[in-house]
Design a protein around this ligand. Structure first.
Ligand code: ZN
Ligand code: ZN
Length: 364
């Protein structure tokens, strides 16, 4: 992890855009720019002020000891006021002679208004400054994502031995998540999706008490988190009876789209172009209207981050990014199929980080 280089790149952006200071509050962005490990939980009260020659963290007493230990031998100074960190921050902005400040556009409106009213300088909201820095991964980041993907593969393999008719979706979620956590996952990357039978036609189904019936398709969408980094993978299996011929036809089309998407993913191609290659396969098979979501997304400290791999992805996917390829076909009220792989993009193509088999698995 090269946190000093990250800070330099953020300062370069500040200079290019002509602002004095940036305030980073999004916790994943804070994790990235500070490089501090195991200090910030998901709703940490923290703000990082960065200027050309200043790097100062504002946080409260709950994080003070861990942050102070992590800050040793780094450029980061620490401020842990007993009152609101934003009151102290605004007082400091004046004392530090800062004339213009940028905030992330994700900052809550109330906080934006508070700072705008209390700070006499110029305040602007900007999109994705740190998110864009996070898009191209360092080798050590890819290595963590790969370990999270390997743990996800193991959890899927484990649950293949458990799946049978009669289990509820929630019971399968517990099997997956307990396995991942027991084998080193920090929580999970996102709430696992297990959707059986007709529930599988909802791409982001909420797992519940439905029991798997013989012949049900079951969608399993899961991800581990290792040293802060996420993985994301989906497989669709059939449990208790052989798949129907209609299911097989849909599965073959989705698998062909998954392979076409992976074949198209390389540095320098836009997200929309990669999406289009896979979408074309499903359209050609007659299922185009049943694929409503984008083909994929970036994965890193967050499970959904840049780049955008969908019809809206106008920018080039960069070599060094990590993305998902996840075509799906959803026949409302009947069944759905999604096959999602995680890949690391390079100039000439991509390398699969997910290693679970993609061929149809029937557990009978
Ligand atoms: Zn997923
Ligand atoms: Zn995904």
């Amino acid at each position: 992890m090269n946190a000093d280089a990250r800070l330099s790149r953020l300062r370069r952006r500040l200079a290019e855009e002509g602002h004095d200071a940036a305030l980073v509050c999004d916790v994943s962005n804070v994790r990235y720019v500070t490089g501090f490990e195991a200090v910030w939980d998901d709703d940490a009260n923290v703000a990082c002020l960065v200027t050309a020659d200043l790097a100062r963290i504002y946080t409260d007493s709950r994080y003070a000891e861990a942050a102070a230990a992590a800050a040793v031998a780094t450029p980061w100074a620490l401020s842990t006021p007993s009152a609101s960190i934003y009151v102290t921050l605004c007082d400091d902005l004046g004392a530090d002679g800062i004339g213009s400040l940028v905030l992330e556009s994700s900052v809550p409106f109330g906080r934006f208004r508070f700072i705008s009213e209390r700070f006499s300088g110029r305040v602007a909201a900007v999109d994705d400054w740190v998110e864009e820095l996070r898009e191209v991964k360092e080798a050590a980041e890819v290595e963590r994502i790969a370990r999270a993907a390997a743990l996800t593969d193991r959890a899927f393999d484990h649950v293949l031995g458990v799946l049978r008719p009669g289990l509820t979706e929630t019971e399968v979620v517990l099997e997956l998540e307990f396995f991942m956590r027991r084998h080193g996952s920090e929580g999970v990357a996102f709430p696992s999706i297990v959707a059986c039978g007709p529930n599988s036609s909802r791409p982001h189904a909420v797992p519940g008490q439905r029991r798997i019936e013989a012949g049900d398709p079951v969608i399993l969408d899961l991800g581990a988190r290792v040293e802060g980094y996420c993985s994301d993978m989906t497989r669709t299996v059939v449990v208790g009876a052989p798949a129907s011929s209609e299911f097989r036809a849909v599965y073959e089309a989705v698998l062909a789209a998954n392979e076409a998407g992976k074949g198209a993913a390389r540095g320098g191609v836009t997200g929309a172009e990669i999406d289009g290659v896979a979408r074309e396969v499903l359209t050609g098979a007659g299922y185009g209207e049943h694929f409503g979501h984008g083909l994929g997304h970036g994965v890193g400290l967050d499970v959904h981050e840049l780049p955008t791999v969908s019809p809206r992805g106008r920018r080039s996917v960069l070599s060094g990014s990590v993305i998902t390829i996840e075509p799906g076909v959803y026949l409302e009220g009947r069944f759905g199929v999604r096959i999602e792989d995680l890949v690391a993009v390079h100039d000439g193509g991509c390398r699969a980080l997910s290693a679970s088999p993609t061929g149809l698995i029937e557990i009978v």
